[in-house]
Each structure stands twice: as C-alpha cells, then as structure tokens.
Design a protein around this ligand. Structure first.
Ligand SMILES: N[C@@H](CCC(=O)N[C@@H](CS)C(=O)NCC(=O)O)C(=O)O
Length: 207
C-alpha cells in the first residue's frame, strides 16, 4: 500500500491533514518541518511549495500544497472512508463551499493576526491589520455558526472532513491574542467537542 509523506509541524494546518489521513486509515510518514521564519525548511518542501508554508503532501506520483485542496483530494481518492459527499450528492456543494470559505476567509482572518506584515506596509498598519483580524474572526465564525444551526455535523447527519477542518481551525483560537473564544459560537463548539472526542483526534492532538 502506498504511504503518503506529510511535511509537518505541530499546531499547524498539517495537523488537520494528519487527522484526515488517520480517519481515512491511510499509512503516512511525517517529515519534520517548521514555521519559524529564521529556520530553513527541508529543500524538497520548498521545491514543491515555494511559499515555504505547511502542509505539503507527497505521494507516489505527485505532490501538492493548500490544506483545503489536499483535504478534497485525499477524500476523493479514498471514497470508501466516506469522509466527503460524492460528486452526485446534493451536499457536495455545501461541502466544497465550506472548505473553501474556511481556507480563504477564516484562515485569512487568522493570518491577519499571525502575519500582519503581509497585509500592511508600516508598523502602524500592522497593528491595524491585527485588530481587523480579530474582528474578522468574529465575523467569519458567526457566519459558520449560523450556517451550522441545529445540525449534528456541518453537513447535517453525515460526519465529514469539513468537521475535522473546523476542529483544526478552532484549536487556533487563542485568548492571549484577544481572539473571540469558542464559547461565543455554540454550534461550532458542539461540533468541535464531538470531533475532539474521537479516538483519532485524541491520538493526533495529544501527541
Ligand atoms: N493557504 C495555506 C496556508 C498555509 C499556512 O499559512 N501555513 C502556516 C502554518 S498553519 C505556515 O506554514 N506558516 C509559515 C510561513 O508562512 O512561513 C493552506 O491552507 O495550506
């Protein structure tokens, strides 16, 4: 059986991809990497992703980056695990919509705080970007919280990779950075808690 290689550092989006691989039951090898701006990345990682960020996934015939794209790719490649609605499932639309929204809006809101120099030209501007990021987190998590409503999982009755992705993003909410707390988003919290209790999550997120 093929083994995936995942460039990896704890607390990054590579953790969410690792959890997807665990839930898919696929063998994988973690290649230690870093997000420290002063430390060199493994050269093969940078060849695949010149941006220098994680996660990066490699397999027998290919390689790719972008966490949401990796999620979609892996779940389609291993449909027997039922982590994603199939192409003809009406839930396929909201599945793709939510993953892309997580990637381009929720993650972007986090990035305003983590990498303010990418969003402003001056130190003053960076402070402003950070503050806007905090408000943007509240705005985007509210959209997701309202979208979930009373659903058991993000897509309704069916557990999917979107729930794993949601859980990963909630682990980045940090009171020390003045982020909103998860308690402000009761529906998000309900799903994050349920994902957190899964054995695979316990295995990945406590080691
Ligand atoms: N849009 C990218 C963002 C990836 C990203 O920002 N990764 C962070 C860790 S979660 C990283 O590697 N940061 C280090 C850097 O940007 O140099 C994705 O979703 O994969």
């Amino acid at each position: 059986m093929m083994t995936y290689k995942l460039y990896y550092a704890a607390e990054t989006a590579s953790m969410g991809i690792r959890l997807i691989l665990e839930e898919l039951g696929m063998p994988y090898e973690l290649i230690p990497s870093t997000t420290d701006k002063d430390v060199q990345r493994p050269p093969e990682q940078v060849l695949i992703n010149p941006n220098g960020w994680l996660p990066v996934l490699v397999w027998d015939e290919g390689a790719m980056y972008e966490a949401a794209a990796i999620t979609i790719y892996l779940c389609d490649r291993h449909p027997e695990a039922n982590l994603a609605p199939r192409f003809d499932d009406p839930k396929r639309g909201i599945y793709l919509q939510t993953l892309v929204y997580f990637s381009n809006s929720v993650q972007n809101a986090f990035q305003l705080g983590y990498y303010p120099d990418r969003f402003a030209n001056t130190l003053e501007g960076e402070q402003s970007a950070k503050h806007r990021g905090i408000r943007r987190l509240r705005e985007t998590w509210t959209v997701i919280n309202d979208q979930i409503g009373d659903n058991t999982w993000v897509l309704g009755e069916q557990f999917s990779a979107v729930d794993i992705y949601l859980f990963m993003l909630t682990t980045w909410l940090d009171p020390l950075r003045e982020h909103p707390t998860i308690d402000e988003f009761a529906n998000v919290k309900r799903i994050a808690d349920a994902v957190s209790n899964r054995p695979k999550t316990q295995a990945v997120y406590t080691h």
